[in-house]
Ligand binder design. Structure first.
Ligand code: C2E
Ligand code: C2E
Ligand code: C2E
Length: 91
């Protein structure tokens, strides 16, 4: 399977993220803010994150990566193509 396409990018909608109540989105809001700070990337409307970051967030939210992915897509903060990125991962 070496010629497979690369997995799709995981892209957070930062403006939308600010509209989700922080009792649900707080951990993700803090995680995204930390990545922005580490990169010095403060002006974007979106933030591309690592595949590994989704796994870390799944641990934080105590959910499987696929369930968390559906939740984030449902909030409108993650691009729907991210579903394919999760399918790529071996669990
Ligand atoms: P690091 O992981 O040691 O990465 C050092 C530098 O390598 C990064 O500096 C960036 O210029 C480049 N780099 C590493 N991986 C990638 C990648 O997948 N794509 C791209 N485009 N560049 C990459 P930068 O951006 O200033 O980040 C500094 C440090 O902040 C990183 O050190 C890492 O510890 C943390 N960081 C930044 N963004 C993320 C992220 O999305 N997730 C995680 N887990 N850590 C991040
Ligand atoms: P793309 O990945 O489809 O990103 C489209 C636009 O979304 C980017 O335009 C940028 O305005 C925004 N964007 C995406 N991820 C981030 C992010 O983590 N932080 C911020 N601040 N903005 C983000 P831009 O910058 O003109 O880039 C155009 C295209 O150039 C990108 O399309 C991508 O194909 C390529 N590109 C830019 N930076 C990188 C990179 O670090 N690594 C790779 N592989 N491609 C990059
Ligand atoms: P990208 O820059 O297009 O990188 C695509 C994939 O190439 C990354 O997927 C990673 O598997 C690999 N890659 C790119 N640069 C490096 C590197 O310096 N070291 C290593 N070990 N691998 C690298 P990944 O990790 O899922 O990241 C997805 C996207 O998230 C990246 O797309 C980039 O837009 C963003 N990103 C991730 N980490 C960083 C970072 O540390 N700094 C910045 N500025 N952007 C990052």
């Amino acid at each position: 399977n070496g010629a497979a396409e690369p997995p799709p990018r995981l892209v957070l909608d930062l403006e939308r993220l600010q509209t989700v109540p922080s009792d649900q989105a707080g951990p993700l809001q803090r995680y995204a803010a930390t990545i922005q700070s580490q990169r010095g990337d403060y002006n974007g409307k979106v933030l591309s994150i690592r595949q590994d970051d989704l796994r870390t967030l799944a641990v934080i939210y105590d959910q499987s990566p696929s369930v968390l992915t559906e939740q984030l897509i449902g909030w409108g903060v993650l691009n729907p193509e991210a579903r394919r990125a999760v399918e790529h991962q071996s669990n």
